[in-house]
Structure formats: C-alpha cells, structure tokens
Design a binder for this molecule. Structure first.
Ligand SMILES: [Zn+2]
Length: 441
C-alpha cells in the first residue's frame, strides 16, 4: 500500500485554485476571505505545498494538467462512524431505536480482527473517493477496531483522529466495557498510536447515556494525563435523548454540562450535533473552545432537528462539517454542504458557498488546532489536495456555463456536485484516488 518511495519530489498541478483564508461569517456573497486563482499551477515539494504560479513551471516538475478543473484542499469530516457504512441508509427510526435496531448489531461484527481490518480499509478508501482526506472517526468499543483504523490510516498517510468507543451501561453486553479494562486499553492505544505520523488519539465516550459518571471521570483522567489528545462524543442530537440525559444526570444543568462537569470540554473536544442547545450552552462552547460537528444530512435523515448555526456563530462557538455516516446517508461533503444550506434555509438563513466551504476545510482545521497542517492551499501545509470537475452531466454543465460570478459557480458546484465530480485525491502529495482507477495499492 505505502508507495512513499515512488512519490515524485516536485509536483505541479494546473487548474483553478480555490481556498479560504479565514472565516467569511454569515455575510453576503462578496467576501475578502476567498482566494481564487484561475488557471494556476499549485506547486508541491515532497509532501507539502510550496506555492503557486501562473506560468508553467520548468521540466524539473512533474506536471499534471487539469486546466479547466477546480483544485481545493481535501475535505475534513469532523464526525463519522467507520463501521456504520455496514448499515448506512437503514429505514424508519429515530436515534435511540435506530442505535438498538441497526447500529449496535453492526458494530458487534467489528470485534473480529478480519472484519475490522477490511472494514477500515474500505471505509478510508471510500473517504478518499469522496475527496475527504482528514477525519475524526468513531470505530467501535473493540480495541481491534481502533488498531485496524489507525493501521489503515497510517498506510494511506491520512490525518485521522480516533479512539476506542467507551460504553459501560445502557447498551448490549457485547459492546459494553468497564472502567478498569477500558482505561488500560486506552492507555495502551495512546502509547502506540497518539502522535505517530499524522495520527492522534481521541478519548471517545459514545454519548452521556452509555457512560457511567465513573467512566466519564476516567475519560477526563486520560485527557489530563496525555496532552494533545482529543475528546469526541455526541451532544443534544434528539429531543428524547436530551430528556433521557436529564433523567440520568439530574444534577447537570444541561446535556452539555454533563461533559463540562466531568472535565471533558477543551479546545480539542469535538461534539457531534448540538441541535438542542441553549444560550448558556453556546457560551460554554465559546469559552472552552469545544466545537460542534454539524451533521445536517444525519439530522434530516433521523428527523433530529435543525441546528441554530447563527446563534452558535454569534456566541463565538466553532461549527465544523460532518457526514455522521451512518446517521448521515453520504460520505460526500458536497452533498453534506448542500443539506446544510437547506437546514439554514428552513430557518430563513442564507448559508453562502464561502461559509459552507470554510466549515469543511480551513474552519475545521482551525477548530482542530491543525490549521498549520490541513484545510487550505497555504504554503507549508501538507499537500492534501483534490481535483474536481466543475460540473458533471448536461444540467450542471449548462448551469456552470451560465454562472455570472464566482460565488454562483461555486454554489452550483456544491448544490449539483457529488463524488462523481471528483477527479483525483492526493494525501501528502501522493495520489490515493483517481477517477476510473483504483490507485490505492
Ligand atoms: Zn455520530
């Protein structure tokens, strides 16, 4: 799988270069935070971006001519469940029933090392085939599922943040752990994987209902003992879930406060959903630096609700973009952004293409404290780069030709595009996906 030795030292890719330089906010379609260079060459040396030029570079560069195509930073998916591609698109249930009926039985299979290894490879290759080069991932409670994911990510050179799922109550026996064994497993996994290459460990209580207070305390101990580790979980996704958490944790002010009172909110905390929050919660997110991984496709598919992104933004909380497969029904961040637009439209808010794109690239990198490495085409960052057709098929092609300005064009690309628009995906300069070919091995 690893072909780093075969990787050319100097690569130049020609196309229309698009990335964001900062948060455009909820403003108009004209934004100074957009950087666009039509028909330029993006220059990559070894694994990193080193610059851009209008003129063709000399023959010492391996040139890839994608003139007329769009070149963007690889997408960052801040919340996705690898093993849930096994039961994506399951019918007819809201969150709690959906977990018991479909999710938990599917995750059980990943106790088998062979299933876990094949599942991790399939999942990461699928991310790459959708233009996603970095992700914050839930495997399962099984230690082998974490090893399999990190091993597969390491082979592909991908930036992956993940960790063993913690569950010690309110779940089937075959998924439950206990505080002592889980802590020992986590420490072993952290020692072997955290900070190795582009991998980072995330302490991962599934969500408040499936962890005892003792397990949440243990999770906080791990975070404190291992600087630089992340924390990932779910918060306030669905109304029945919020009610259940209030019953399980009667002393907590809110669902989010369960995590805060157990010492789990830091600038490296990634909380999926955040649909049912109040003003104090939003303030707490801003103060701690914990981010909300917004999963619009999942929120619509499971009927969970509509996030108030503007209130989060105004409070100073960071919101990033997530597929949440298998609650979400696609790994495509383009389709995810299109659904995010509709979630805002239902509340009378306009989400520009710029704010949308920022949340799935540089904004996510910033929220993860990784802006120096991913999320833009800035010199010095890793060359995680995707090449896209602006349009595929007669309708999108027709629409693209009639676009009068850049926002109109990028917005139509987001609304009408999906993984079929993707031509090539590079991770640290190495091509890991090319349309019509399998270049994964
Ligand atoms: Zn989730």
């Amino acid at each position: 799988m690893s072909n780093a030795g075969a990787s050319p030292r100097r690569i130049a890719i020609r196309g229309d270069l698009l990335d964001m330089t900062a948060d455009p906010g909820f403003g108009g379609v004209a934004s100074s935070k957009v950087r666009f260079n039509a028909d330029h060459w993006l220059l990559i040396e070894d694994a990193r971006i080193v610059g851009r030029t209008a003129a063709a570079p000399d023959a010492s560069w391996e040139r890839h001519d994608h003139a007329g195509r769009l070149i963007t930073p690889g997408f960052i998916d801040t919340h996705v469940h690898g093993p849930q591609i096994d039961m994506i698109a399951s019918y007819g249930a809201e969150l709690l029933e959906w977990l018991n009926t479909y999710t938990f039985p599917a995750e059980r299979r990943h106790a088998d090392p062979e299933v876990a290894a094949m599942g991790a490879a399939t999942f990461l290759d699928a991310l790459l085939a959708h233009g996603t080069t970095a992700a914050v991932v839930f495997p399962t409670t099984h230690k082998v599922s974490v090893d399999a994911l990190f091993e597969a990510a390491s082979q592909r050179g991908m930036r992956v943040i993940s960790g063993k799922v913690l569950m010690d109550r309110n779940a089937p026996d075959f998924l439950c752990d206990d505080v002592e064994n889980a802590e020992r497993d986590c420490i072993d996994l952290i020692q072997r994987w955290h900070g190795r290459g582009r991998l980072a460990y995330a302490v991962t209580p599934r969500f408040a209902p499936t962890s005892t207070p003792a397990q949440l305390d243990m999770a906080a101990r791990l975070l404190q003992a291992h600087p630089g580790t992340y924390m990932q979980s779910h918060v306030a996704e669905n109304r029945d879930e919020v009610q259940w958490v209030a019953e399980l944790f009667p002393r907590a002010r809110s669902y989010l406060d369960v995590y805060e009172s157990h010492g789990l909110l830091t600038e490296r905390s990634v909380l999926a959903h955040g649909v049912w929050l109040d003003d104090d919660d939003r303030q707490l997110l801003a103060e701690t630096g914990a981010q909300i991984a917004h999963a619009p496709t999942s929120n619509l598919f499971l009927g969970s609700g509509l996030i108030d992104w503007v209130k989060l933004h105004d409070a100073g909380a960071q919101v990033t973009m997530a597929s949440d497969v298998g609650g979400g029904i696609t790994l495509s961040m383009l389709r995810t952004l299109a659904e995010a637009y509709k979630v805002q439209a239902l509340q009378g808010v306009r989400l520009t293409a710029w704010k949308a794109l920022y949340s799935a690239t540089r904004g996510a990198a910033r929220a993860l404290q990784l802006e120096h490495e991913i999320g833009s085409l800035e010199p010095g960052t890793m060359a995680d780069v995707t090449v896209w057709d602006w349009a595929v098929g007669p309708v999108a092609t027709h629409r693209d030709r009639l676009a009068r300005d850049l926002h109109e064009r990028v917005f139509a690309w987001i609304m009408l595009g999906d993984e079929r628009n993707l031509v090539s995906t590079r991770v640290a300069g190495v091509e890991r996906y090319r349309r019509g070919e399998s270049c994964g091995s």
